[in-house]
Ligand binder design. Structure first.
Ligand code: FAD
Length: 406
């Protein structure tokens, strides 16, 4: 049996942050990170489209699922402190106008390298190609895979999202065995499926700055930002941020919600009617397929007009009646798509759900059920929107767990 003071299960964002903080705070302890993949940090390489959106400077104002649990870690390890942490590893960062922080190199590989070198410098043992399949309590200590012993253990095995990058949900049964409950798991930050007969002709078209409203019997969620039409439904950040709510609604009510797109949030319905009337004068001789090309991609404009049943593409624009113009304006403000599901965990950036937060001490990340067991990152029932918020949670909860406070 190889013995350690601390074993961390999972060698990605949260696990590495925990290992570095523990070893910086307690240089004398023997620390190992056990990772099932051949290398640590694989998921990080895919983040932010290969650029790694490390954190977000506005994360403290961001509304995470289970905000009341996240605030202690986030206030202690703030986004500014995370940037300082990376600078202490020699990695310079910059932020954009939305507060999203990236490495100056624009390469996620630089982030992984900086973390890897710090683990090496601190003397943390990294054990790869080793899936943890069993953790047993042995008095006050733990035995991992009947092979490794430790006094304290941090479970940072991630969720179920994007299993090709390691996180396949195998951390949950380990937590369950140690007495923890797992809340309902659904894919989050993932494209929406539905209404392909409407979206397919618009495949590849992006529309910036739309408002999206997800409705069942009542409004379920609202988002803003870009959407991308696909052959199966809707992608883009604004759509992906609705996914977990849509899936939970479908699972619980067994009915499909609708998402309504407002293509022109800057204008009221009346302003749009007026604007469309002016368009009739400017290009009245054109056919209807060209009616909305002044502000929407052509295929999206056609689909919007087609959503009005009176639409005939060979009609001239100046033949539109006021009633038809009003119906088109209505669709520009409220374009409906039925949502039948999501692209699933395989394509999800995050898992919604996880270890129940009220079973974890929010000031230490220690289990309330099993002394010496700590949690960090996505394995916990916490998730945030797109923009660096989920990595911010992984770093901050990882560092807090790495303090190893009782
Ligand atoms: C494509 C993509 C892009 C993303 N982009 C961003 C972004 O730009 N900004 C942002 O904030 N968030 C982003 N995210 C989300 C972010 O990557 C995660 O929230 C974050 O990585 C979670 O960190 P974690 O360490 O808790 O879990 P993970 O990163 O999932 O790491 C868990 C680790 O544990 C290992 N493991 C799992 N089970 C076991 C086991 N039984 N034994 C041993 N090892 C195990 C896994 O192999 C993995 O290395 C993105 C996610 C994806 C999929």
């Amino acid at each position: 049996m190889k013995n350690y003071d601390l074993i961390i299960v999972g060698g990605c964002s949260a696990g590495i942050a925990a290992a570095i903080n523990a070893k910086r705070l307690y240089p004398e302890i023997k620390v190992a990170v056990i990772e099932k993949l051949p290398r640590i940090g694989k998921k990080l390489l895919a983040t932010g489209n290969g650029k790694c959106n490390i954190t977000n400077l506005y994360a403290l104002e961001h509304n995470y699922v289970n905000n009341s649990f996240t605030h202690y870690a986030q206030n202690k390890y703030t986004p500014d402190r995370i940037v300082e942490f990376f600078e202490s590893l020699g990695l310079l960062c910059y932020s954009d106008s939305c507060g999203r922080v990236y490495p100056e190199s624009n390469m996620a590989a630089s982030v992984v390298d900086a973390l890897r070198f710090e683990l090496e410098r601190l003397g943390v043992e990294v054990i790869c190609d080793t899936p943890v399949t069993d953790i047993k309590k042995n008095g006050a200590d733990f035995i991992v895979n009947n092979e490794y012993g430790c006094k304290k253990i941090i479970l940072a095995a991630g969720g179920k999202s994007s299993p090709s990058q390691g996180s396949d949900g195998s951390g949950y049964p380990l937590a369950k065995k140690l007495g923890h409950e797992i809340t309902k798991l659904v894919p989050a930050l993932v494209p929406l499926c539905g209404s392909p007969e409407i979206t397919k002709p618009m495949k590849g078209m992006r529309v910036r700055e739309v408002n999206l409203t997800l409705k069942g019997e009542k409004i379920l969620a609202k988002t803003q930002g870009e959407v991308l039409f696909t052959d199966y439904g809707l992608s883009g950040i604004a759509a992906m941020e609705l996914a977990a709510t849509a899936q939970k609604y479908i699972d619980s009510v067994k009915r499909n919600p609708f998402t309504y797109i407002d293509f022109m949030p800057k204008m009221t319905y009346n302003e749009i009617v007026e604007y469309l009337q002016s368009l009739c004068k400017i290009k009245g001789f054109c056919n209807l397929d060209n009616f909305l090309t002044g502000f929407l991609p052509k295929a999206v404009g056609i689909a919007t007009c087609k959503a009005v049943n009176l639409y005939k593409s060979n009609k001239r624009i100046d033949e539109l009646t006021l009633k038809e113009i009003k119906l088109i304006a209505e669709k520009i403000k409220n374009f409906p798509l039925e949502i039948t599901g999501t692209k699933g965990f395989a394509n999800a950036q995050v898992t919604s759900g996880g270890i129940k937060t009220d079973e974890i001490d929010l000031e230490t990340m220690q289990s309330k059920k099993c002394r010496g067991l700590y949690f960090a990152g996505e394995i916990i029932d916490v998730d945030g929107g797109c923009g660096g918020f989920n990595l911010q949670w992984a770093w901050s909860s990882g560092m807090l767990a790495g303090e190893l406070k009782d």
